[in-house]
Design a binder for this molecule. Structure first.
Ligand code: PGA
Length: 326
């Protein structure tokens, strides 16, 4: 009797599981249809959207070197890239990405083997009449793997809006590029009193959440596509810490990173906020803002921080060597 009951229980559980899978596929299919109708450029969208082959997030840290508008010429760019290559150990190395200015992409691409090539922006349109813009298509041709989108300096000096950033995110993901989306609040008052400190953090979280909602609009079906796994990286960069010479505290950065992960798990994990969702969330969240060879040891110990976006220190051998080897 007990045997029959157990058999019945196992069959029932299996049926439930297959209904779950079917439901999941229908849900993803619907998302693809709804979201696709809002998309701007129809390029290379991988057809399949299932949750098969999901892997837990890997522990390898991602380090993105953002050279901004440096150095002066191609010869210096090549030399710098060669020094970065030299710093990357053969074993247990983090994933290192070099993002030089556009004009040095080709030269840098030729001399790197261990590091990957990144760009600092990509226009949403394909090749065509877009004066002054560089398309994701041209970048792919140069073997660019990562593209930084929505950096605060572009938002500030070039007037990039969340709407423009959203178009770039969608176009780059569709093109199969990995996106490093930058978000972060412009200011946060330093406070000793816990109540005020918490209120400041709450304000910052709200700011970042609004950016994420706008910048990632209609991207769910791309993020959930199994062929684009790990293609979205979010860089938390509090603007007040960028180029300031003083970073956020690792504790506050971790608090914000956890918040961003919660947001992405509930919005972009195929399993939502369930235990599986947590385990299989495929979005990395990295920290940027005055990371250097000294303070890296304070950040690196936190498993919640999946890596770093580094500006100034990525131009100085002693600094980037320490960051890579931390
Ligand atoms: P920083 O720049 O390391 O010089 O603060 C970081 C960034 O802007 O990405």
């Amino acid at each position: 009797m007990v045997g029959i009951f157990n058999l019945f229980r196992i069959c029932f559980r299996q049926k439930l599981a297959s209904f779950g899978n079917l439901f999941q596929k229908i849900r993803l299919f619907n998302l693809a249809i709804i979201d696709d109708s809002n998309c701007l450029v129809g390029v290379e969208i991988p057809e399949e959207s299932t949750t098969n082959n999901l892997q837990p997030t890997t522990m390898k840290k991602l380090i993105v070197f953002n050279w901004k508008s440096n150095p002066h010429n191609a010869a210096s760019a090549i030399k710098l890239a060669q020094l970065v290559e030299k710093s990357i150990p053969k074993k247990n190395a983090p994933e290192v990405v070099i993002a030089p200015p556009f004009i040095f992409l080709e030269d840098v691409g030729k001399v790197i083997k261990k590091a990957a090539l990144g760009s600092q922006d990509a226009f949403w349109g394909d090749v065509g009449s877009y004066t002054g813009e560089i398309s994701w298509h041209q970048e792919k041709h140069l073997k660019v793997k990562y593209v930084i989108v929505g950096h605060s300096e572009r938002r500030k000096y070039l007037g990039e809006t969340d709407e423009m950033i959203n178009k770039k995110v969608l176009a780059a993901l569709k093109a199969g590029l990995k996106v490093v989306l930058c978000v972060g609040e412009p200011s946060r008052a330093a406070a000793r009193e816990l109540r005020i400190k918490n209120a400041e953090l709450r304000k910052a979280k709200n700011y970042v959440r609004k950016q994420l909602e706008k910048d990632l609009k209609n991207s769910k079906f791309l993020i959930l596509n199994s062929k684009l796994r790990n293609h979205l990286v979010i860089a938390y960069e509090p603007i007040w810490a960028i180029g300031a010479g003083h970073s956020d505290t690792p504790q506050d950065a971790v608090e914000m990173i956890k918040y961003i992960k919660e947001f992405s798990i509930s919005n972009f994990s195929p399993y939502g906020g369930s235990p599986e969702g947590r385990q299989f969330s495929n979005i990395k969240v990295i920290y940027g803002g005055s990371v250097d060879g000294k303070n890296i040891k304070n950040f690196i110990q936190y498993k919640e921080i999946d890596g770093f976006l580094v500006g100034n220190a990525s131009l100085k051998q002693k600094e980037f060597d320490r960051i890579i080897k931390a």
